[in-house]
Design a protein around this ligand. Structure first.
Ligand code: CP
Length: 306
């Protein structure tokens, strides 16, 4: 059976720590890895739009000496003719050694893994999970803070539909002494199933608030998110909630000097461009890290050792 990554908890904490160590070695010694996946092919099957995830996967495979194939929208594949996900995956398994797949339906990558003969990587499934963004976030936190434990992290924005938040809360709940501050409008709170499984069952403390400014001074990490327009059932609700939080330099006046500001991107309006100049803004470094952790993951799932 191939090894897949559907949910971040498919990886043990030890495996995540190993992936982070490999990614950090790739950053220091890229030449060592340049032929690691020679003659291997990665397929990127994106049934939903993407910039970072798809291109970082492709860049990752090319930097490992492999090659890439795939499509960037459902309309440019035979999905538009009515082909099922299962048949698409069965087909692509004949051409590629590993598949990264994004789909608007929650659970689609899990269904794909049940028919695939090659590893499947969930590159985002609806409002559910985004485990490779979580690996990117963990690598970024490790590089910014030097640790993955003992900090207070604030998640701000659309915690209901934001799949990156769900995966990261799950991942961080396995590290020690993390204090979670959940900042969202009432309508966009973290789903109950995530709170139950990741926090309540493990007795992990968390606070919920609608007020970003009142909690900013206590945060070591602020994880901003976009309000997920594409997951709303009506536009009126989206328009009412979309600008609930806009991070500006003024709002950071009382923040810690060593705060790290993360955002999975794309950003719409929730971080003013003026914040980009602040050394605490880590989101462009986070984008870069996404390529290196995906290189480490591709090697792991293909069983490549250096
Ligand atoms: N963070 C992220 O998933 O970005 P894309 O939607 O551009 O892939």
């Amino acid at each position: 059976m191939p090894r897949n990554l559907i949910d971040i908890v498919d990886l043990s904490v030890e495996e995540i720590d190993e992936l982070i160590a490999t990614a950090e070695d790739i950053i220091e010694n890229p030449a060592k890895y340049q032929d690691a996946c020679a003659h291997k092919q990665l397929a990127t099957l994106f049934f939903e739009p993407s910039t970072r995830t798809r291109l970082s996967f492709e860049s990752a495979m090319l930097s490992l000496g492999g090659s890439v194939l795939g499509f960037s929208s459902a309309n440019s594949s035979s999905t538009a003719k009515g082909e099922t996900v299962g048949d698409t995956i069965h087909t692509v398994s004949c051409y590629a050694d590993i598949i990264a797949m994004r789909h608007p339906k929650e659970g689609a990558p899990l269904a794909a893994a049940q028919v695939a003969e090659v590893p499947i990587i969930n590159a985002g499934d609806g409002g559910h999970n985004h485990p490779t963004q979580t690996l990117t976030d963990l690598l970024t936190i490790h590089r910014e803070k030097g640790r993955l434990d003992n900090f207070t992290i604030g998640f701000c924005g659309d915690l209901k539909f934001g799949r990156t938040v769900h995966s990261l809360v799950n991942a961080l709940s396995r590290y020690s002494n993390i204090n979670f501050v959940l900042i969202s409008p009432t309508e966009l709170k973290l789903p109950r199933y995530v709170k139950e499984e990741a926090l309540k069952k493990k007795g992990i403390p968390y606070t919920q608030t609608t007020d970003l400014e009142s909690v900013i001074p206590q945060l070591d990490i602020l994880y901003m998110t976009r309000v997920q327009k594409e997951r709303f059932f009506n536009e009126e609700d989206y328009l009412r909630l979309k600008d609930s939080y806009i991070l500006t330099p003024e709002k950071l006046v009382n923040a810690k000097a060593d705060l790290s500001i993360l955002h999975p991107l794309p950003r719409v309006n929730e971080i003013a461009v003026a914040v980009d100049k602040d050394p605490r803004a880590a989101y462009w470094r986070q984008v870069k890290n996404g390529k290196f952790i995906r290189m480490a993951l591709i090697m792991k799932l293909l069983g490549v050792e250096i």
